[in-house]
Ligand binder design. Sequence first.
Ligand code: ASP
Ligand code: MG
Length: 476
Amino acid sequence: MKFGGTSVGSVESILNVKRITEACDEPVVIVVSALGGVTDKLIHTSKLALEGNPRYIDAYNEMVNRHHQLIDAIIPDTDQQIQLLKVVDALLDDLKSIYQGVYLIHDLSEKTSNAIVSYGERISSNIVATLIKGAVWHNSLNFIKTEKKQQKNMLVADKTYELVRKEFKNFGKEEKVALVPGFISTDIATGEVTNLGRGGSDYTASIIAAALDANALEIWTDVDGFMTADPRVINSAYTIDKLSYVEAMELCNFGAKVVYPPTIYPVCIKNIPIYIKNTFHPEAAGTIIQEESGDSSRAIKGISSINDTSLITVSGLSMVGVIGVNQRIFTALAVEGISVFMVSQASSENSTSIGVRNEDAEKACEVLNNEFQKEIDMGAMYKMNLEKNLATVAVVGENMKHTPGIAGKLFGTLGRNGISVIACAQGASETNISFVVESRFLRKSLNVIHDSFFLSEYQVLNLFICGVAWEPWVAV
Ligand code: ASP
Ligand code: MG
């Protein structure tokens, strides 16, 4: 069971965590995030210290107070509180010394930054371990191992699994409740503190579930589960009760922030189901993620989107029939650490469009212009064409496979609503159709697609009568 930042962020929510976990009759490993907002605050404070701003001390003190107040409110027993404060205050003192170092030396290396952000989970996990009856605290720094690859800290799976099994050899026998800090890890070669990336506590839980062959992985968060679309945009969006691993991966990789994308794989290959549950609404069914997609009547399970995307088009008549152009595009971008999330190439081969985030766009263009400098100078290829401020939408569902008419319905809906599709891509897996539109059409695109694919005739009729449906006849 993994509990995120909001689940351990307030007195009310953390007491829910206690209730939920103590009601569990099976042995359980509990993974927790830092208190909600603390990771951001740790980063913000280190920036103040780096700038030589003495107010970093105030920001640090606010964090100290926040943890102290929470402890005061939830651990009434004096002996327990004294014990806990010993541990927590020692951690907070170390943190203060590190900040002082950053402030004095005006230097914040990646190593120091990683050490700083680790304190959120190190502290929160000790608090929750004291709160929950019978919980035994385990230090993830000893068994979650990473290595540096392409400037990123990547999990070393086999070593980590071996260490997890060793660490938890008594678990399930005498020990029924284990408590683990999420997110944090150490480098396999140097032993330095690293982490699994922002949102990484989900991944910690998934790794442990897979290593121990758990019956289930539960991700406890502050929403009821995956939704059919972003509820901030679509009022009628609702919780999806079942998703396949593939669908969940497609959705969380792209916009829906319910789970950290690397989380799916470790449990997927072990066929361990994932349950998304709401700490603030535990009786809600949530979303189950497993092998089967379920509900075959629905071709599309969810729509996700990201704004702030750009499209770079590499084109030129010299590309036709030439082998290796795409290899050069992707290698050049990979070397610079630029991630491509969408590709579209027409069968004429004279242009390839790639989707990147706005923040990577200028750099990606520069890299590609350099890579193809010779061809551009000779006139065999054009300079890169960059279109910024676009939005990319993905419609996802395994039942789209072999169902005719989905793409027709999708693009027909967009067309009738005056939305021009700038680029699109559908892999042969047929589980995802992605398309790019101007940012200003994102909201409308999501609305018309959601109405078209998710609402019942009755709901559409109602919306129509109220005058809010974009295109009521499409769903009928
Ligand atoms: N505390 C970390 C973060 O905010 C990890 C997590 O919450 O999953 O990114
Ligand atoms: Mg999260």
